[in-house]
Design a protein around this ligand. Sequence first.
Ligand SMILES: Nc1ncnc2c1ncn2[C@@H]1O[C@H](COP(=O)(O)OP(=O)(O)OP(=O)(O)O)[C@@H](O)[C@H]1O
Ligand SMILES: *[C@@H]1O[C@H](CO)[C@@H](O)[C@H](O)[C@H]1NC(C)=O
Ligand SMILES: *[C@@H]1O[C@H](CO)[C@@H](O)[C@H](O)[C@H]1NC(C)=O
Ligand SMILES: *[C@@H]1O[C@H](CO)[C@@H](O)[C@H](O)[C@H]1NC(C)=O
Length: 536
Amino acid sequence: MRFKFPSKGRAPLLLSAAAAAALTATAAASTSAESVTLAADGIVRSSRAISTIAFVVADYKYSLRGLARDSEDYQFKLSEVHLRSAKKLLKLCEANGGFYVKAGQFVSSLRQVPKEYTSTLSCLQDKATPYNFEDIKKVIEKNLGRDLSILFLAFDERPIAAASIAQVHHGVLKNKQEVAIKVQYPGLEQRMKIDIMTMAILSKSISKIFPDFRFERVLYQFQRTMSLELDFIQEANNSQRVATYFRKNNAVKIPLVFRDLTTPQVLIMEFCHGQKVDDLDYMREMGISPVKVANTLMELFAEMIFVHGFVHGDPHPGNILVSSQGNGRFNLVLLDHGIYRELDEKFRLDYCQLWKALIMLDSRKILDLGEKFGVGKYAKYFPVIFTGRTIESKSALGVQMTKEERNHLKDELRYLKLEDITSFMDSLPPDFLVILRTDGLLRSIIGKLGVGRHVRLLAYAKHALRGLEKQDESKGFLKNTSSQIRINITYLHLRLLLESMTLILQLNNMRHAVVNKLKDLVRGILHLFHINMFTF
Ligand SMILES: Nc1ncnc2c1ncn2[C@@H]1O[C@H](COP(=O)(O)OP(=O)(O)OP(=O)(O)O)[C@@H](O)[C@H]1O
Ligand SMILES: *[C@@H]1O[C@H](CO)[C@@H](O)[C@H](O)[C@H]1NC(C)=O
Ligand SMILES: *[C@@H]1O[C@H](CO)[C@@H](O)[C@H](O)[C@H]1NC(C)=O
Ligand SMILES: *[C@@H]1O[C@H](CO)[C@@H](O)[C@H](O)[C@H]1NC(C)=O
């Protein structure tokens, strides 16, 4: 990976200007008397941010000076500085907490930053020292206009969890309903103003120094996300919407929100028992099959993506619980509905088509779709990104690449530069980045559950087809069971295809010929159904 630097040393100047501006902004944001403490705290945090960034910039300049950009020495030093800087930033985020932790996590989820950053910052835990119970109590009583003792039979003062913007308590309502109470920390809006302002100023100066990175765009996205997350009414709305999508799915549980006890800063919902979705010990103890859990998880998210186009923004294991229902049965509990992405309808359909093409190994279709997604020649990387294959690949999905393919891919990637990746990422529609991130988080959970890749591929394949069906349904076709049966049959065939391809590859016998025959077979089947759709 490479960086470009402007050759002249304007960085120190820029940064001191940034520092001055940030401190002024911090002071200006805090005119009212009651916010003096907050402002003081803001200044401490802003100064810490500025000095860290100044150090990082100086480190890059100093360590890389006089080295030819394509020399090995440069690459080696660069990687060292990346790592050192990432560690500095990690410390900064931990010290400043709040939005800095969120920002660090946000950065670590981006693909265009060097891997030293993603790997270092990804260990940022969204954990905070809980607030004093008195402060939390004040927020609840102010928001709900009633004393805690009037609302609750019991209220656990010790929080279950404390994250960077809110903490969650357990309690029991007067009607004996067990609830989770999510309470936003006091003074957050003002903190956010100050923090975002500092980050804006810093990112402006950084993007002058590292022109390859689009920090400003990233910051804009970050800010938008944060202001949504600060409104719990929004969260209640989201959770209600997903709940209607999955009301018939017994394996999925969305905690019921008590709307009359919910305000922008306080959210009260049904309490759900369970353990993190990657807790294998719990599953073993309860006799729950990790394969079934992985399957349910993938089906849940595939349906959100392909069928509803409404996608949970942060599927990390802490937000998905496995809840034992006895005898090895279980529910998946989906938590934290603060951020959802509503996919553009055209994007959703194209994305369904893309998966259909990926499954069918239809490289021409993939390249066509690349045009639609506006990524042009980069479309050939889609199979690598999603299925771990090259576009020329003839072998089965869900099977590791052959040595020959790996070498071929390596050759291709060798000539790929950071600028290429950045422009590839920039050319992707924003919806696509969200999907990539979601896919990454899901893959990592599936990996921890020790389940094969085909679980994910099958769920995507099945729901990509369903997603395409939905379009026909809304046009008035296929409202009845015939469509269900048709989807089920197509799915069964896809499943057969994937499984037999895997088998064939394992036998490694006359592979191309047979795979091609199978491919034709499934194409024919799909074609047949396509015709039937209009003649049913
Ligand atoms: N309805 C619920 N039932 C049981 N536990 C809950 C419930 N809601 C939240 N929790 C607990 O509180 C934790 C944090 O909840 P949530 O993810 O909604 O908060 P958050 O502030 O958005 O945290 P993060 O940003 O880390 O996801 C969860 O991991 C879970 O342990
Ligand atoms: C939540 O939904 C209600 C209607 O159900 C709507 O009036 C309100 O504007 C929504 N709030 C937000 C923040 O989206
Ligand atoms: C199902 O719908 C098709 C057309 O959409 C119709 O021809 C058929 O009669 C319907 N079948 C039933 C059982 O309703
Ligand atoms: C199709 O499969 C689903 C489960 O995958 C099942 O619930 C449904 O009843 C099936 N529909 C028909 C018509 O067979």
